[in-house]
Design a protein around this ligand. Structure first.
Ligand code: TMP
Length: 401
């Protein structure tokens, strides 16, 4: 296939078989929803890691169930992100901040009192309504050159555009960058936060691979993408969100620009660690992880131990379907999101129940499919009085805590 950043030839490095769209929870425990291949490809020319088969964005996002959880980890991350942006003078009390893929407006609610003006743009109508009800002005649209033009006409140029965990969500990454380049003035900045490709590969995070994640950005591939739009990296920040994310701060290239030392520092580390052998090891570890998880849950079931999953996450659905688990192996999935409760995980057919339900009937084991909130969830479960359930953590290696 062709690299969707630079056009060079790509090669496949991991095949996870077929899976349904990972956030498409079902109203019935149907086990044969439409499934599509999950194949990860590498472009040796620009370092781009991309999904071979991309689904249509309209199908994926118009009616969306993902709601940013109100989490301690995220609240702490917003503080850190704001501190980093203030330190670099990318955000100021008089800034106008536009958030792309703003979901229910959690970050903008945090930034509202710290900036002059906030605005969200998100394509999911049901989610935009929730944001608006919470007092965050939100345009219901995809971020593209046409919607960017309307934003400029109605609100002026933002000082900062933030795109958290959505830049990889469209088959053509040039659309959003072109829209940002058109909307920003020379002094404006674009912040892109995403699961970091290096972490995905190094930590065997096969479950980051699902249809919404069409790219696994690295500094190398992000630089290649930005360069095509006259932009470059001003700084890079690493964050613990989603098991290890990268925050890219980009701007339009001007001759006087001096990038922060973090860019060269992390780029060197990446060049050292991301080699051909890294990808081969990743694929081998992923296959081994599948066998280990299958054997562990099989043994627990044979001993009549109950196993549930914790977190009706997109990650979890990739993992469950890749391993081949169904509700015969795993009885319930626990999740705090009311929109997800009472629904069924696609293909595995596992029913989603509330955290309260899990407290009343604690299982012997939770397979922690929201492992990125490990400390927070385990702390919460213990504090609520459940000292019985043990936790199976799937990555980087299957282990029990
Ligand atoms: P995410 O990893 O995509 O943000 O999804 C996390 C999911 O985990 C989300 O559906 C909410 C759920 N969750 C809980 O059920 N309990 C919790 O304490 C936390 C932090 C998340």
């Amino acid at each position: 296939m062709a690299c969707r950043i630079c056009g060079a030839h790509t090669r496949s490095i991991l095949d996870l078989g077929e899976s349904p769209p990972a956030n498409a929870l079902l109203s019935t425990p149907e086990t044969e929803p439409r499934s599509f291949p999950l194949v990860l490809e590498l472009c040796d020319d620009c370092g781009n890691l991309q999904l071979r088969d991309c689904l249509d964005a309209e199908d994926l996002y118009r009616d969306y169930l993902y709601v940013t959880p109100d989490s301690q980890l995220l609240r702490h991350h917003y503080e850190q992100l704001h501190a980093h942006l203030a330190e670099g003078d990318y955000i100021r009390p008089d800034s106008f901040v536009l958030e792309v893929g703003s979901n229910v407006g959690m970050l903008l609610r945090f930034l509202q009192s710290r900036t002059r003006k906030v605005l969200g743009i998100d394509p999911a109508a049901n989610i935009c309504k929730l944001a608006q009800d919470a007092g965050i002005e939100t345009m219901c649209d995809f971020f593209a050159p046409a919607s960017a033009e309307r934003i400029r006409a109605q609100h002026g140029a933002p000082d900062l555009i933030v795109a958290r965990h959505c830049m990889a969500h469209n088959a053509d990454p040039h659309v959003m960058i072109a829209a940002a380049a058109a909307l920003l003035d020379d002094t404006g900045h674009l912040v892109i936060e995403n699961a970091y490709g290096l972490n995905t590969v190094e930590n065997n995070e096969l479950d980051q691979i699902y249809h919404e994640h069409m790219f696994y950005f690295t500094i190398r591939s992000m630089r290649a993408l930005l360069a095509k739009h006259g932009m470059h990296l001003a700084s890079v920040l690493m964050s613990p969100v989603h098991g290890g994310s990268v925050v890219f701060v980009a701007k339009k290239t001007r001759p006087t620009d001096v990038p922060d030392a973090s860019v060269a520092l992390y780029a060197e580390r990446e060049d050292r660690l991301m080699k051909g052998a890294t990808y081969e090891r990743f694929a081998a570890n992923v296959r081994e992880l599948k066998e280990q998880l299958r054997a562990l849950v099989g043994d627990l079931n044979a001993e009549h131990k109950s196993v549930w999953t914790y977190g009706a996450t997109a990650k979890g659905n990739t993992l469950l379907n890749y391993v081949g688990f169904t509700r015969d192996d795993i009885e319930y999935c626990v999740d705090s999101t009311p929109l997800k409760q009472g629904k069924f995980l696609p293909k595995s057919g596992i029913r989603v129940v509330s955290e309260e339900h899990a407290l009343e009937n604690p299982p012997d084991y939770f397979l922690l499919t929201a492992w990125n909130y490990k400390d927070e969830i385990i702390g919460k479960v213990r504090a609520a009085g459940n000292n019985r359930s043990r936790f199976i953590i799937p990555v980087p290696h299957v282990h029990i805590v």
